[in-house]
Write a protein that binds this ligand. Sequence first.
Ligand code: CA
Length: 145
Amino acid sequence: MRHIVIIEDEPDVADLLARRFSSEGFRVATASDGRAGLHAVHLYHPDLIILDLLLPTMNGWEVCCSLKANPATHDIPVIILSAVGSSEDRIAVLEMGADDYIVKPCSVKEVIARARAVLRRTERAGGMRRGREQADGGGNHPDCG
Ligand code: CA
């Protein structure tokens, strides 16, 4: 079963996503702030992370950066789900290693479709990517500043 961690501080959005992903056959864990989200990722090592950007305790950029800088978590695909939608914001977080960016408001159907697409992509690339990263000594980790 696919495991997904949803890091989102708006309870309505988190609940809706959790329910819909569960009914699509995902095992779901949710976290309502950045630090709890990181903790959940380390605890469950999910197949996919849905990450809001504006979060208490630690924002989504920091969470993404921390995940992508850590060899234990940098392979886990991250989909950003945020009302923050300027192209600079999108570029910054995609360059940090996020796999997709969905601007709120959006339909849950779209989130699920994109999650499936990202999972398909990472599953196809998985073996190849791991091989390459071993060959160049772990790959380039983003600079967390
Ligand atoms: Ca938020």
